[in-house]
Write a protein that binds this ligand. Structure first.
Ligand code: FAD
Length: 287
């Protein structure tokens, strides 16, 4: 089953998890994944550390999900430090393990780097390479509704997104965005630019003050008035902040669903209890 087939029928529900560091045990994350299965997620994506860090664990996690047969694993993969030969080996390895969905990205540069130090400079080249050499993959591409922070303009960023579609992308997975009005404006802009792919919207739960601000600001994302209010009112009290942040996240999910989205992708931060609270409050059943 391909993710885009699911999205043709209904809104998909999915989760993002990140692998532990090599020296840390896998078990807590495996328990988190088992717990998340109660929502019958259509897929679970696993991040891929920049510069190859945690790449080994990424494969272990995707393999675990594939073998569990309860959800589709989607591996993240980047151009950082990767050459054509080792990309081919990695792709073959994923396919041998039954992992045939990939989010193909450029990746963020590790500290001190100004380029990918690999064979590809941008995601569109990686997408083209995978599409040409490994047609079995369903390929997701990353997009930022508020414009990628390094991009000089929306026009330029959207043209590059169109290019990733034309090189073989099958669906879009978005960066966090707290401003749903802006998201709708962006969808209109990309549709007018000929980008027709289904859009899986990433929602970052609001759980604690500093990470919320840091993640928004590092992506150049807006902090809308309602979220600023949560930060201003409850920022000094972690418990109250989390309660208000969860309510804010539930509202955000409802706003996105009202706007009309093809998929809802929760960045779980590996916190299954908080995600459970949010999804139950948003009306999603668990089994
Ligand atoms: P690109 O599409 O290559 O774009 C990068 C920048 O270059 C943009 O400004 C774009 O406008 C511009 N551009 C694109 N093509 C060209 C071109 N041909 N010529 C000139 N300029 C161009 N990072 C990780 O390291 N690991 C992860 O697991 C990970 N998971 C993510 C999951 C999601 C859902 C998202 C949205 C992002 C994730 N990221 C991850 C972050 C991502 O790697 C960064 O946003 C990265 O900075 C850009 O990746 P990209 O694939 O969008 O790059």
């Amino acid at each position: 089953m391909k993710i885009t087939d699911i999205m043709k029928e209904r809104m998909s529900l999915s989760f993002e998890v990140f692998p532990p560091k090599m020296e840390q045990p896998l078990e807590p994350l495996l328990e988190t994944i088992e717990d998340l299965y109660k929502f019958k997620p259509d897929f679970i994506s696993c991040t891929y550390g920049a510069g190859g860090t945690n790449a080994g664990r990424n494969v272990e996690i995707c393999k675990y999900i594939e073998e569990g047969k309860k959800s589709i694993p989607v591996t993240h993969y980047t151009c950082i430090g990767n050459q054509k030969d080792n990309i081919k080996d990695d792709m073959r390895n994923y396919l041998d393990l039954g992992i045939d969905h990939i989010l193909a990205m450029r990746g963020d540069f590790p500290k001190g780097w100004t380029e990918t130090r690999g064979d590809f400079d941008y995601a569109n080249e990686l997408v083209k390479f995978i599409r040409e050499n490994f047609p079995e993959f369903q390929i997701a591409i990353a997009a930022n509704p508020e414009k990628h922070i390094q991009s000089p303009s929306f026009d330029s960023d959207i043209a590059h997104l169109r290019n990733k579609q034309d090189m073989g992308g099958d669906l879009i997975m978005t960066q966090l965005c707290y401003d749903v009005d802006h998201y709708e404006w962006w969808v209109d802009r990309i549709r007018k630019a000929g980008i027709h792919l289904p859009i899986d919207v990433g929602v970052m739960p609001v759980l604690s003050k500093d990470p919320t601000i840091r993640m928004a600001v590092s992506n150049g994302s807006a902090v809308p008035r309602e979220l600023a209010e949560v930060i201003g009112k409850y920022g000094d009290n972690p418990e109250d902040f989390k309660k208000a942040g969860k309510e804010y996240t539930v509202n955000l999910i409802h706003k996105f669903m009202t706007a009309g989205i093809d998929g809802l992708h929760i960045y779980t931060l590996n916190k299954s209890q908080d995600v459970t609270d949010i999804l139950h409050a948003a009306g999603f059943p668990s089994y």
